[in-house]
Design a binder for this molecule. Sequence first.
Ligand code: ADP
Ligand code: MG
Length: 137
Amino acid sequence: MERTLSIIKPDGVKKNIIGEVVSRFEKAGLKVVASKMKHLSQREAEGFYAVHKERPFFGSLIEFMISGPVVLMILEGEGAILKNRELMGATNPADADEGTIRKDFADSIESNIVHGSDAPETADFETKYFFSALETY
Ligand code: ADP
Ligand code: MG
């Protein structure tokens, strides 16, 4: 069993598709083992995306991520990291496969509805960044 961090970004919350996104995870066999809604502070968002801080889009990404509340979740399942990435689709919705969350709902490469950890190391860092052991089930 593997665990990964999922975030429904501010655009997903604003579009009122929390249930739709979670339903896709559940139908694919991923289980929500931790969940909370949170309006990230600038410091929290910058710490989460620290790996991107030299990128030209960093400032804009942080502004977007703190523009409204997000839904933070830990998903558990066999191959959860890759399975979640497949359900999400490519970063740029224009490149995303049919039937993926980003293809169906995302407006741009920045406002792309969901985050998902990309490897075991990032999944470990990211799940612990937002959840204590006592908050997971
Ligand atoms: P992913 O979320 O698919 O793992 P990255 O880790 O490369 O993608 O980037 C993190 C987030 O930064 C993306 O989900 C997106 O919101 C934003 N982003 C990535 N590339 C760009 C870009 N070229 N312009 C604007 N925002 C971007
Ligand atoms: Mg990434």
